[in-house]
Design a protein around this ligand. Structure first.
Ligand SMILES: [Mg+2]
Length: 279
């Protein structure tokens, strides 16, 4: 068989993918909405999409309105990233090129999923795996204000960047594509197999980046994970006096280190609580 014929067949079979058609080929296989979700869909809405098509739409919450439409939210995310940038500049001075690692969360840290949240709210629906998967497949999450300038600056300073997210394994490819479309570059990524706790992934990604630094030509000590950025307390670690990772924080933890080397972005739209809201 001629080479051109083999190539044509391979393209038809989806085996050879250019950058433009790759997204269409490598979407996650999304679960079907369950019967409860279908029953909850308001009149006019198609439960097979993430977009709300209900004939009567509900108002959005103040939390979502604030994140999407206030000067304060944008000013705060940019200020947090400006603080994190100063921490990276200090780290670069002390540890040198390829000498430090920045660990960032993805959702509501790098990626803005508020359009998805809006569609759920105006249809009066909660998060579901089926609808979330359809949203992430479209790779439409924009960059959180301040995030792209921070990531770009860290790389210019010689820092290494790890994205550690609780997006599912099935969503890894579309997440990588979405980050790429927004202009984010990173050196390693960890999604979750099922566990929400990020401790093991922080440790494994630090080991991976030590190898990356060595290959890049770093001669000195292995790079240290020094800076974390997230929008949930569990995106931040508990560290011992030497900066070793002890585990992930939870709602019982204090904010020690927040604003110094650990950075939290505002997110009133979802997350955990110290106590239930009526207590
Ligand atoms: Mg997040």
């Amino acid at each position: 068989m001629k080479a051109s014929r083999i190539l044509a067949l391979a393209c038809v079979a989806g085996l050879i993918l250019g950058p433009n058609n790759a997204a269409a080929q490598f979407t996650a296989a999304c679960p079907k909405p369950d019967p409860k979700e279908i029953a909850a869909s308001p009149p006019g809405d198609d439960p097979m999409t993430w977009v709300c098509e209900a004939t009567a739409k509900k108002p959005v919450s103040n939390a979502l309105h604030w994140m999407r439409n206030s000067a304060e939210y944008k000013a705060l995310t940019e200020a947090v990233y400006a603080d994190a940038t100063r921490a990276a500049e200090r780290a670069a001075k002390r540890y040198g090129r390829w000498g430090f690692i920045v660990i960032v969360d993805a959702d509501e840290t790098l990626l803005d999923n508020l359009p998805y949240q809006r569609e759920r709210e105006i249809c009066g629906l909660a998060y579901t795996e089926a609808s979330w998967c359809r949203w992430t497949n479209e790779q439409k999450a924009a960059a959180v204000p301040g995030a792209l300038a921070f990531i770009t600056r860290v790389h210019r300073l010689g820092g290494l960047i790890a994205v550690v997210t609780n997006r599912a394994k099935a969503e890894e490819w579309v997440t990588r594509e979405n980050l790429h479309k927004d202009g984010f570059s990173y050196d390693a990524i960890r999604v979750t197999e099922s566990e929400a706790d990020k401790t093991a992934r922080w440790r494994s990604v630090t080991r991976e980046l030590a190898e990356v630094a060595r290959k890049l030509g770093r001669k000195g000590a292995a790079p240290k994970a020094l800076i974390w950025v997230g929008d949930q307390i569990g995106d931040l670690p508990k560290l011992d006096g030497k900066g070793q990772i002890l585990g992930a924080r939870d709602q019982s933890d204090a904010g020690e280190g927040v604003g110094i080397n650990l950075f939290l972005l505002p997110n009133p739209e979802y997350g955990g609580w110290q106590k239930s809201p009526d207590q």
